[in-house]
Design a protein around this ligand. Structure first.
Ligand SMILES: Cc1cc2nc3c(=O)[nH]c(=O)nc-3n(C[C@H](O)[C@H](O)[C@H](O)COP(=O)(O)OP(=O)(O)OC[C@H]3O[C@@H](n4cnc5c(N)ncnc54)[C@H](O)[C@@H]3O)c2cc1C
Length: 506
C-alpha cells in the first residue's frame, strides 16, 4: 500500500528570520495547518550557519530583530552571532513555531499542479503537497566558491566562512583569506593575532567605517524591560537614522563625499604605511558596494604578520596560491589553510532552480538573468507562491528583517483575501509585474548602486540591479501594507466546492 502524501494549507521553506516570522504570523492568525521544511537539523538560517569568529550583525540589534519580539536583553549594540541565534530559537519556541518544522528536509523540487491548484514538494525526507508555498530559503544561504584553477588540488585545509571549521586550529598557521567582504572584515581581526602569517587576497577594497559598538548597560536594559515604549523609541530612532542614508545613496550621491572622508580617516588612523593605505583605499563611491563597519579590521591589516595582496589570483597549487601582477610576473604564496570569504549566490538563487511552473520550467529558467517579481514577492507564472527576501527587496543601509516583515504582512493579507473570497489560485498579472519593475528601474536611476563605479553582487550580467530596494523602506512597507487583488488573476472555487477547512480568519 502506498503511503498518503501529507497535504497542508501552507508550506514554508526555511527557518531563518523569514520562515520563523511567517510561521509566527500564521499561528497568530489561527492557521495551524502548515509545515516548515528546513534542510538543516536546527533552526536559525544565516545565524545558525555563520559561526565564524567575530560574526555579528552590522545593523544595531534593536532594529535587527522582529517588531513583535523586541529583546531588552541584547548585550551589545551590535550583537554577536550566538546571541542572535539564541534569540531566534527563543522566539520560535515561545510562539510554538518549532513544532511545525520538518528538519533535514531539503526541498529538491516543487512542482505546480494546475489540475489540483497546489504545489507538490519533493524533499529529501519525502513528499508533501500544499495549496500555498512560501519560500524563506534566504538571499545569502548558499556560499559561493570561486572559480579558481587548481582550487580542488589544494592539500591543506580549505573552507568557506559560512562553513567554519572550528576543529581546525589556526595557531601558527600560514593562512590565505580570499575576499574582503562583510564576513572577512569580521573574522580577519579575530584570527590575525593567532595565525603565523595571514595573506589577504583583495580584489576590491571595501569602504570600512568606524562602528559605534558598545555594551548595553544594565540601566538601559532595565529601562527597556520596565518603561513601556522605551525600546520602541530606541528602535525608531535607529530606523529613521538609517533611513536618512537614502538621501546619500539614492537621492544625492554627492553627499557620500562626507562618508568617504570618514572612511579615509578610518584608514589613516590605523595604517601608517602609505603603500598599504593606497591598497586599502576604495576606488568607487561609498555605498556602491555594502559599506562595512569595523574598528579592528585596519589595525589588524597593519600588523607585521599580515600581507595584503592585490594582484589577481591565477592558480591554487597543492601548497600555495599563485598571483600575477600587471607586468605578468608571478608570485607563489605558500599557505597551509585557505579561508574563502567569497560571499553567497545572490543573483542566481539556488531555490529558483527548484520551483517549477505548470510547463515544467524552473523559476530560474523563467527569469533568465532578469530576476524580477511583483512587489518583490509574487511572480507571474508561479501561482500561489510567495518569495520572501525576493527580487529587489535587499538593502544596503538598514535591517533586512524590516523588509521581510513587510513581505510577511503582504503574504498574510493575500492568504486572508484568498480565504474570505474563496480564491484557490492567485497569480500577479504580467502587466502589473512589468509596471512594478519599470518603477523599480526608474527609481534605481541615479542611485549610487548603479552609478558608483563598482562591480557589485547587486547587479546582474546586464548591469540591472535585481537585488536592492531603490529607496526608503517605509515606501516598500506602504506598498505591501494591503493585498491588491486588482493586480492579480484570481480563480475562485466553483459554487458547491464545499466548505474549506483551516480557513485563515479575516
Ligand atoms: C554573515 C551574515 C551577516 C549578516 N548580517 C546582516 C545584518 O547585520 N543586517 C541585515 O539586515 N542583514 C544581514 N545579513 C543578511 C541576512 O541574510 C538577512 O538579514 C536574514 O537573516 C535573511 O533571513 P532569511 O530567513 O531570508 O534567510 P536565511 O537566514 O538564510 O534562512 C534560510 C533558511 O532556509 C533554509 N533553506 C535554504 N534552501 C532550502 C531548501 N532547498 N530546502 C529546505 N531549506 C532550505 C536554510 O537552511 C536556512 O535555514 C547577513 C547575512 C550574513 C550571511
Amino acid at each position: 500500500m502506498t503511503e498518503a502524501v501529507p497535504h497542508y494549507r501552507v508550506a514554508v521553506i526555511g527557518t531563518g528570520f523569514a520562515g520563523i516570522g511567517m510561521a509566527v504570523r500564521l499561528r497568530q492568525a489561527g492557521l495551524k495547518d502548515f509545515v516548515i521544511l528546513e534542510r538543516a537539523d536546527g533552526i536559525g538560517g544565516t545565524w545558525r550557519d555563520n559561526s565564524y569568529p567575530g560574526a555579528a550583525c552590522d545593523v544595531p540589534s534593536h532594529l535587527y530583530s522582529f517588531s513583535f519580539a523586541l529583546n531588552p536583553n541584547w548585550s551589545r549594540t551590535f550583537s554577536p552571532q550566538p546571541e542572535i541565534w539564541d534569540y531566534m530559537k527563543r522566539v520560535a519556541g515561545e510562539h510554538g513555531v518549532d513544532r511545525h518544522v520538518r528538519y533535514n528536509s531539503d526541498v529538491r523540487a516543487a512542482h505546480w499542479e494546475p489540475g489540483n491548484n497546489r504545489w507538490r514538494i519533493e524533499t529529501t525526507d519525502g513528499t508533501v503537497t500544499a495549496q500555498f508555498l512560501v519560500s524563506g530559503a534566504g538571499p545569502l544561504a548558499d556560499p559561493t566558491y570561486p572559480d579558481i584553477k587548481g582550487l580542488d588540488t589544494f592539500e591543506g585545509r580549505l573552507f568557506h566562512s559560512a562553513e567554519w571549521d572550528h576543529d581546525h586550529d589556526l595557531s601558527g598557521r600560514r593562512v590565505a583569506v580570499i575576499g574582503t567582504g562583510a564576513s572577512a572584515i569580521q573574522f580577519v581581526p579575530k584570527i590575525q593575532p593567532k595565525v603565523g602569517r595571514l595573506t589577504l587576497f583583495q580584489r576590491t577594497a571595501p569602504w570600512v567605517m568606524f562602528r559605534h559598538d558598545r555594551d548595553i548597560t544594565k540601566a538601559e536594559s532595565w529601562l527597556y524591560r520596565n518603561v513601556p515604549g522605551a525600546q520602541q523609541i530606541a528602535r525608531k530612532s535607529i530606523y529613521w537614522g538609517r533611513e536618512s542614508y537614502i538621501f546619500g545613496f539614492a537621492k544625492n550621491p554627492r553627499l557620500l563625499g562626507i562618508v568617504e572622508r570618514l572612511g579615509r580617516a578610518n584608514i589613516n588612523r590605523s595604517v601608517k604605511d602609505p603603500a598599504l593605505r593606497a591598497k586599502l583605499t576604495p576606488s568607487f563611491r561609498a555605498g556602491c558596494k555594502r559599506i562595512l563597519m569595523s574598528n579592528d579590521y585596519y589595525p589588524a591589516l597593519a600588523r607585521p604578520n599580515v600581507d595584503v595582496v592585490t594582484d589577481g589570483i591565477v592558480e591554487v597549487r597543492p601548497n600555495s596560491v599563485v598571483t600575477r601582477d600587471s607586468s605578468g610576473k608571478e608570485t607563489e604564496h605558500e599557505v597551509d589553510t585557505i579561508i574563502l570569504g567569497t560571499g553567497f549566490q545572490v543573483t542566481d538563487p539556488p531555490i529558483a532552480h527548484r520551483l517549477y511552473n505548470s510547463e515544467g520550467r524552473s523559476l530560474a529558467q523563467h527569469w533568465g538573468s532578469n530576476v524580477q517579481a511583483f512587489r518583490g514577492t509574487t511572480v507571474n507564472g508561479f501561482p500561489n507562491a510567495f518569495v520572501l527576501a525576493g527580487p529587489n527587496t535587499g538593502l544596503g543601509h538598514t535591517s533586512q528583517v524590516f523588509m521581510i516583515e513587510a513581505q510577511i504582512r503582504y503574504t498574510m493579507e493575500a492568504l486572508k483575501y484568498a480565504c474570505r473570497n474563496r480564491v484557490d489560485r492567485l497569480e500577479p498579472r504580467p502587466e502589473a509585474q512589468r509596471a512594478y519593475n519599470r518603477m523599480i528601474d526608474k527609481s534605481m536611476q541615479g542611485t549610487v548602486w548603479v552609478t558608483g563605479g563598482c562591480d557589485s553582487w547587486y547587479l546582474n550580467e546586464e548591469g540591472r540591479n535585481t537585488t536592492l530596494w531603490p529607496t526608503f523602506t517605509w515606501n516598500y512597507a506602504l506598498r505591501t501594507r494591503w493585498f491588491d487583488p486588482h493586480n492579480y488573476d484570481l480563480r475562485r472555487v466553483p459554487r458547491g466546492g464545499g466548505k474549506r477547512k483551516n480557513a485563515v480568519p479575516a
